[in-house]
Design a binder for this molecule. Structure first.
Ligand code: CP3
Length: 339
């Protein structure tokens, strides 16, 4: 299991590779299922979630499977309404903006509120049968809070930053609650069979170093510590973290995600020898002709320096119109060139 070995910075027979968002709309087999079910149905039906998780494993030959689910699922059992609106992305209703809104949010018993996710994990472990390791995941407190406060995606995080600065005590209560829910959920995924977990802090790059250290890092640290105590490798992923990569590393996680804005060699130096790294091909490189794509893949491998503790991945998720054959080509190259 070269993926788990690399998480532990052990020597591997080849550099392991998987892709964030490896299941999804760029795959025709996903689109076929999606045409008959809503996104939430796909998540809530363990048989469908299992099938979609396995699709990229079969097609691409990746070294890890990531559970098909979404970081926003926990907001429902916390008491909010979640919807995925075509062309607009996720919508959360009502948004969380006042002390009353925060007070109303419920703690979640994972088996009760998110049992369908845990059932998918259990089924997947049986299907994968010790072959491909299974990654569970959750959203980080900052990124989840931003969706809850804005009510959906945001470009400027205006309301989120306003709560942080104008109502820091309220912010701390909200993030405190989220940290508990997320930590409980990750522990439950490990208990159900997840062999590694990833914490997605996708939008944390909207913060300055100072704001990150005051308003996000303490809560990520709580979650990452709780996850580490389960004993499985913990991947800490974020984008736009270049300006505060050392603080991001210090929040925890045995593997640190690196987006494409920071060159891999620089990232490895700044993160240091005590952690594995994951990344960092720009997702748009998958649209290049093969020769140019190959050069970019080589650049990432060279930047990682051939030392143990590198998991090849993108700097962020696969984009919608990505050609699946290019993704497959990258998997084969990484395996061939590093074997
Ligand atoms: O990676 C995988 O293959 C596993 C499944 C997975 C999904 N979402 C499925 C999904 C994972 C790990 C996520 C995480 C997620 N969800 C993140 C963090 C990762 C990242 O990309 O930064 C975030 C920010 C979300 C929130 C979310 N979910 C958004 C913003 C959207 C809409 C944008 C979009 O791409 O449509 C979703 C919907 C979503 N989650 C889809 C999938 C396959 C598309 C649903 C569809 O088919 O319409």
């Amino acid at each position: 299991m070269r993926f788990l070995q690399a998480c532990r910075r052990e020597k591997t027979d080849a550099v392991p590779i998987w892709f964030m968002r490896q299941a999804g709309r760029y795959l025709p087999e996903y689109r076929r299922l999606r045409s008959r079910h809503t996104m939430l149905e796909l998540c809530r039906r363990p048989d469908l979630a299992v099938e979609i998780t396995l699709q990229p494993v079969r097609r691409l030959g990746v070294d890890a499977a990531i559970l098909f689910a979404d970081i926003l699922l926990p907001v429902e059992p916390m008491g909010l309404k979640l919807d995925f609106v075509k062309g607009e992305g996720p919508a959360i209703c009502p948004p969380v903006r006042t002390a009353r809104d925060v007070a109303r949010l419920r703690r979640v018993d994972p088996e009760e509120g998110l049992g369908y996710v845990l059932e998918a994990v259990r089924l997947l472990r049986r299907e994968l049968d010790g072959g491909t390791p299974l990654i569970g995941f959750a959203g980080a407190p900052f990124t989840l809070a931003s969706y809850m406060i804005e009510g959906g995606p945001s470009k400027d995080f205006r309301l989120t930053k306003n709560m942080m600065r104008a109502a820091p005590a309220l912010w701390d209560r909200l993030l405190g609650k989220l940290s508990v829910v997320i930590a409980d959920f990750l522990r439950a995924q490990v208990a159900a069979g997840a062999q590694a977990v990833q914490l997605f802090d996708s939008w944390v790059g909207a913060l300055s170093r100072e704001d990150y250290e005051r308003f996000a890092q303490p809560y990520s640290r709580r979650v990452l510590r709780a996850a580490a105590r389960t004993g499985v490798p913990v991947i800490h992923f974020g984008t736009g973290t270049g300006p505060f990569l050392e603080s991001f590393r210090d929040a925890g996680g045995s593997v640190v995600g690196v987006d494409w804005r920071t060159p891999m060699d620089e990232a490895r130096k700044r993160i240091g020898p005590g952690r594995a790294v994951q990344g960092n091909l720009d997702p748009t490189h998958l649209f290049l002709p093969r020769r140019l794509l190959a050069a970019e893949v080589r650049k990432v491998l060279r930047g990682a320096g051939g030392r143990p503790g590198h998991i090849f991945n993108l700097g962020h998720g696969i984009l919608q119109h990505t050609p699946p054959d290019s993704v497959r080509a990258v998997v084969d190259w990484v395996h061939e060139w590093t074997a």
